[in-house]
Design a protein around this ligand. Structure first.
Ligand code: NAP
Length: 100
């Protein structure tokens, strides 16, 4: 099993494809890591992702769920504008495609 570790303090990360599969597992591991200051977890249909919603609910503001479809350009632009630079310092993309 892939295990994520050794992040610097205050690490911020955005996971695309967080509703299931490897993206959801990355989110679980990142949410459990105290070094992670902020996790933005994205998928196309947050309303249809109950496990992700439960993860967010149990971690408060540290884990935010956002709607993102990487095939829709306007949504991607909105995400970048709203993220204020997320994943931010030391950020690193894992677990999926990042679109323009
Ligand atoms: N599973 C593994 O062990 C493994 C290992 C190495 C690499 N990978 C790679 O990692 C990726 C994910 O694998 P997986 O097994 O986790 O697949 P999966 O279970 O099918 O999950 C795919 C994720 O991508 C999201 N997604 C699909 N289309 C999207 C779009 N247009 N915009 C935004 N999000 C989208 C889905 O969320 P919504 O449908 O809710 O939007 C879902 O969360 C694949 O590229 C796979 O080849 C997987």
């Amino acid at each position: 099993m892939t295990v994520l570790r050794s992040f610097p303090a205050g690490f911020r990360v955005l996971i695309q494809g967080a509703s299931r599969g490897i993206g959801l597992e990355f989110c679980r591991q990142l949410a459990a890591d105290d070094q992670v200051e902020r996790l933005v977890a994205t998928c196309r249909s947050p309303d249809a992702a109950p496990e992700l919603a439960a993860l967010s609910a149990s971690h408060g503001e540290r884990v935010l769920v956002e709607r993102l479809d990487v095939t829709r350009r306007a949504v991607g632009e909105s995400r970048r504008a709203g993220a204020g630079g997320t994943p931010g310092r030391g950020g690193r993309g894992v677990g999926g495609r990042c679109g323009q």
